[in-house]
Ligand binder design. Sequence first.
Ligand code: PHE
Length: 440
Amino acid sequence: MAKTPDPVGRATWSSNLGFVAAAVGSAVGLGNIWRFPYIAGENGGGSFLLAYAVAIFLCGLPLLVFEVAAGRQYRRGILGTAKGIRPSLWFLGAGVAIIGFIILSYYLVVTGWTFGYLLSSPLGLDTSFDAFGSSWRSLVFFGLATGLSFTIVLLGVNSGIERASKALLPLLVVIISLMAGYALTLPGRSEALAFMLRPDYSQLLLSETWANAFGQAFFSLGVGMGVLVTYGSYQKRGASISKSGIAIVGADSIIALLSGLIVFPLVFSFGYSPAAGPQLVFETLPEVFQQMHLGVLVGSLFYLLLFIAAITSAVSLLEMAGTALSDGLGWPRIKSTLVTLGPLLALGSLSALSYSPVDLRLFGNPVLNILDTAAGTIGVLVGGLFTSIAIFWMGKTELLIDQVRNNGDARWATFGFLLGKYVVPPALMLTLIFTAARLF
Ligand code: PHE
């Protein structure tokens, strides 16, 4: 492969471990700990895991790997990479960036909740969701989470994002292992394991199970949101993308499973319903922690875990948005990132205010929930579709396959590309249709 030198001035990860840590930090987030258990819970537990595995390996992994390849090829964020593939595709890149930005706005509100819950119980504040959501805590903690994300991103790719990911990820692994170990000593353990692992094959006949599995897989890996393109643009040319991709996907899946192994034993041991939906982590679990021995300690550890997972994902979306703007306007990275602060605070406040005394609603629903459905459920799929069309149908096939083949497995590179071209877009289309049909 003809080696193009890295453009002067663009940062690179100090090592491939730095890249993998940052990408795992992006992938592992609220999606794994908050969303995965309740989606699995609502879709039949064990059978959902099967559909989820299919989604991850057939679609998630190929898209992830080639997003990194495209970022590394064009050395730009999502907007610049789309333009690099073909100048007329700028609008696909811009579309992805806007969807990611909307996700970031409410993601920071929920990140704030995790921070708020972390501090509420040691401070002796009421930790019920009603008390939380009818106070100004959503707004305050949204501001704090936003400030922290900006600080990390503004410190730079190496001194900020890479350093934070390398420090926080091991902590996350320690906490999650401790908590899973503890949860598995609880009396609800066998019920939880049966619920999570025993497949109910009839669920696999439902389009809903598959649509949810694909949607969850895309959200959890963070594919289709320009983040992996952006992080890939900082990857050194010598590193193997396919091996890094497998590490990222593996870590994301293991952490989702471990989260289930924490949440379900807690839920079953205290007699709650595993299918409580989005409230599972913010309504059910605080009640559980209140009832249990050493609940303040276990609860604080749990929300610390959630906070660590969330903040590194928020950072990745912010980096994506900042670099997209920098690609478009030609501004330095810091300036472009700072410019997003105003719009982000404005948009995020709407979501925060929907869980405050103002109780801001649109069409009868909290703004946060509307944005989550529009961007987090539908938008992610649209973003994945845009990305896969640009990369697999408009991109220069050989250049991208070469990026993956380099230090990786040549057969895998071609096979992954074919999956990306012929399986990912139709699977995303079907998921979109089924998801939209269920919502409207
Ligand atoms: N993957 C993250 C999670 O599981 C969320 C995310 C989505 C991050 C899109 C980046 C891009 O919570």
